[in-house]
Design a protein around this ligand. Structure first.
Ligand SMILES: CC(=O)SCCNC(=O)CCNC(=O)[C@H](O)C(C)(C)COP(=O)(O)OP(=O)(O)OC[C@H]1O[C@@H](n2cnc3c(N)ncnc32)[C@H](O)[C@@H]1OP(=O)(O)O
Ligand SMILES: CC(C)C(=O)C(=O)O
Ligand SMILES: [Mg+2]
Length: 525
C-alpha cells in the first residue's frame, strides 16, 4: 500500500465528525484554537468540516486551510459535483489540501437512503473521484457503512475509485457494528482482493456504538491499515468516534505488537483533550482512558505503596508522556502578564493582546479569591472570556438569599442588547430562582436538557465549572460558566448557552453560500 509502510497517519476529524455530536456547535474562534492545537499535536490530516453543509462550515474550513501549516486540511463532500466544487473552494488555499468524498456501499443504505443500485453507486463514486482529481492529487474516498457492505462489491468500488484517482481509501465502520477479529478479516480481504490497493493508503474510521472503536482500529492497523480516523476524547456522532489519544498511546505503549511510528507529539495530548472538552461542552468522564481525571490516580494503599516503590508496578504509561506535569510556571496573585501569557502559550492558547488583557483582568480577580490558579482554572477563564460568540446577554448583577427557613430568592441583573434590566424570583433552590429570573429577563423559552457541575480543581476555594445543555425549537446548544461561586458559574453557563442559541438562530436564518443554507447543524432542508 502507498505511503511509509511503518507510519500510521493520524487523520483527526474532531472538527467534522466530532462536531456532529448532538449539542456541539463551535464558532470560528473556537475552531481556530482547536485547529492550531491539533497542528501543534502533529496530526497528519485535519478534517476541518463539510463545506456544503453551511456558510459557517465553509468559512471555518477555508480559514483553517489558509492558516495551518504542516498538516493536510481535508474537506468532506458527498459524491455530488456541487459538494466537491464547494469543498475544493474551501481548501484550495491550503498547503496540502485534501478532498474527502464519501458514498454508502451497503445494500441497506443503497435501498433505503440513496435509492440507487450497486452499479449506479460504483459509477457515481468513480465519477466523483475523477471530478475531484481534476482539482488535486490528494483525494480520499470513503465507503460509508463499509462493515455492512458486500466485500466483493466493496473491493470493486475501491478498485474503481483508485483507478479514478483516489490516493486514500477509507473503510468506515459507520454504525459501530464491527468486532475486532472480524474487522481484521475484512481489512485483510480488501487488501488482498483489490488489485491496485498498493497505490492508495488504506484507512479506517470506526464508531464506538459497542465500545469497540479503539480495539477495531488496532486490529485493522495490525492487518494493513495505515491511516486512522479519530477524534479527540472520542467525541462524534452518537456514541462517538475512535478516541485519538487511545490509539496513539496504545501504539506507543505496545510497540512490541504494533511496531509503527507516529507523527504525534504526545506531550500535547492532555492540553488538547481539555481544550476540546471546554470548547465543545462534552465533559470527559473521570475514568476515561488516557485523559480522564482518574486515569493516572492511585486510590488504594497497595497500589500507592507499589507506585511509590516503583512507578511501573501500576503504571503502563508515564503520565508525563501525555503532558501530565505540574508545569514550570505556577500562577498566583503575584504573577504578571508575561507569566500568564507564557503559561497560556504552553497550554496551546495564543491570544491577541486585547484578549490577553481581558483574561488577565479576570485572572487577577480570581487569584485574589483563590490561592493557586491551575491550568484548568485558566482554561475555564479562556473559554469564558475569549472564545465566545458576541454576547447579546451579559450578567451584571447577582444576589441570592437562601438557607434553612428561607424561600430561596435570586435577584439578577442582565444587560440585554446593551440595556440593563433586573428581576427577582423565588425557586426550589437558588439556582432555580436565578434561572427563572434569567428566563424572564431574556424572554427565552428554552428547555434545560442537562446541568452538570464540577469542581475544576481541588479545595473549597476551587472554581466550579457548570455545563448546561438547552433546547429551543429543535436547536440544541451547550454553555459553560466558571467561577468560585457555583451560583454565579451556573448563571454564566446559562447566559453563555442563551448567547449561543441567539447566534445559532441567526446563523440558521442567514442566507446560504449559494443554495447551501441549513436549518440546523447536521440536518438538511
Ligand atoms: C456518515 C457521516 O457522518 S456523513 C456526514 C454527515 N454530516 C452531515 O450530514 C452534515 C450536515 N448535513 C447537512 O447540512 C445536510 O444534510 C446537507 C446540506 C449536506 C444536505 O441537505 P439536503 O440537500 O437538504 O439533503 P438531506 O440532508 O435532507 O438528504 C440527503 C440527500 O443526500 C443524499 N446523499 C446522502 N449521502 C450521499 C452521498 N454520499 N453522495 C450523494 N448523495 C448522498 C441522500 O440520498 C439525500 O438525497 P435525496 O434528497 O435525493 O433523498
Ligand atoms: C463520512 C464518513 C467517513 C463517516 O463519517 C462515517 O462513515 O462514519
Ligand atoms: Mg463517522
Amino acid at each position: 500500500m502507498a505511503g511509509d509502510a511503518d507510519k500510521i497517519l493520524i487523520f483527526d476529524t474532531t472538527l467534522r465528525d466530532g462536531e456532529q455530536s448532538p449539542g456541539v456547535s463551535l464558532n470560528m474562534e473556537e475552531k481556530l484554537q482547536i485547529g492550531r492545537q491539533l497542528e501543534k499535536l502533529g496530526v497528519d490530516v485535519l478534517e476541518a468540516g463539510f463545506p456544503v453543509a453551511s456558510p459557517g462550515d465553509f468559512e471555518g474550513v477555508q480559514r483553517l486551510a489558509r492558516e495551518l501549516r504542516g498538516v493536510q486540511v481535508a474537506a468532506l463532500a458527498r459524491a455530488v459535483e456541487k459538494d466537491i466544487d464547494t469543498a475544493w473552494e474551501a481548501v484550495r488555499d491550503g498547503e496540502n489540501p485534501r478532498i474527502h468524498i464519501f458514498i454508502a456501499t451497503s445494500d441497506i443504505h443503497l435501498k433505503h437512503k440513496l435509492r440507487m443500485n450497486r452499479e449506479e453507486v460504483l459509477e457515481r463514486a468513480a465519477a466523483a473521484v475523477r471530478h475531484a482529481a481534476r482539482y488535486t492529487g490528494n483525494v480520499e474516498f470513503s465507503a460509508e457503512d463499509a462493515t455492512r457492505s458486500d466485500l466483493d462489491f466493496l473491493c470493486r468500488v475501491f478498485e474503481a475509485v483508485i483507478e479514478a484517482g483516489a490516493t486514500t481509501v477509507n473503510f468506515p465502520d459507520t454504525v459501530g457494528y464491527a468486532v475486532p477479529w472480524d474487522f481484521a478479516r475484512m481489512i485483510r480481504r480488501v487488501a488482498e482482493h483489490t488489485p491496485n490497493i498498493h497505490k492508495a493508503v488504506l484507512s479506517v474510521h470506526c464508531h464506538n456504538d459497542l465500545g469497540l472503536a479503539t480495539a477495531n482500529v488496532l486490529s485493522a492497523v495490525a492487518n494493513g491499515a495505515r491511516q486512522v480516523e479519530c477524534t479527540v476524547n472520542g467525541i462524534g456522532e452518537r456514541a462517538g468516534n475512535t478516541a485519538m489519544e487511545e490509539v496513539v498511546m496504545a501504539i506507543r505503549t505496545r510497540k512490541d505488537l504494533l511496531p509503527f511510528s507516529l507523527g504525534i507529539d504526545t506531550r500535547h495530548i492532555l492540553a488538547t483533550s481539555r481544550m476540546v472538552s471546554h470548547l465543545t461542552g462534552m465533559v470527559v468522564q473521570p475514568n476515561k482512558a488516557i485523559v480522564g481525571a482518574n486515569a493516572f490516580a492511585h486510590e488504594s494503599g497497595i497500589h500507592q505503596d507499589g507506585v511509590l516503590k516503583e512507578r511501573t508496578t501500576y503504571e503502563i504509561m508515564d503520565p508525563r508522556d501525555i503532558g501530565l506535569t505540574g508545569g514550570a510556571i505556577v500562577l498566583g496573585k503575584h504573577s504578571g502578564r508575561h507569566a500568564l501569557k507564557a503559561k497560556l502559550e504552553e497550554m496551546g492558547y495564543r491570544l491577541a493582546e486585547d484578549d490577553l488583557d481581558r483574561v488577565f483582568a479576570r485572572f487577577k480577580n480570581l487569584a485574589d479569591r483563590k490561592k493557586d490558579v491551575f491550568d484548568e482554572d485558566l482554561e475555564a477563564l479562556v473559554a469564558e472570556v475569549v472564545l465566545r460568540i458576541p454576547d447579546r446577554y451579559r450578567l451584571v448583577y447577582l444576589h441570592v438569599a437562601g438557607g434553612s427557613g428561607i424561600r430561596p430568592t435570586a435577584t439578577v441583573g442582565v444587560e440585554v442588547d446593551g440595556r440593563e434590566a433586573f428581576r427577582a424570583c423565588m425557586g426550589a433552590g437558588p439556582i432555580d430562582a436565578a434561572y427563572k429570573a434569567v428566563a424572564e429577563l431574556t424572554g427565552t423559552k428554552s428547555r434545560l436538557l442537562r446541568f452538570t457541575v464540577s469542581s475544576i480543581t481541588g479545595g473549597t476555594d476551587a472554581q466550579g465549572e457548570v455545563t448546561v445543555r438547552l433546547e429551543e425549537d429543535g436547536l440544541v446548544v451547550s454553555g459553560q460558566g466558571a467561577d468560585p461561586d457555583i451560583i454565579t458559574a451556573s448563571v454564566r453557563a446559562y447566559l453563555n448557552a442563551l448567547n449561543r442559541l441567539e447566534y445559532k438562530k441567526k446563523n440558521a436564518a442567514a442566507p446560504g453560500v449559494g443554495a447551501m443554507c441549513r436549518t440546523e447543524k447536521g440536518s438538511g432542508r
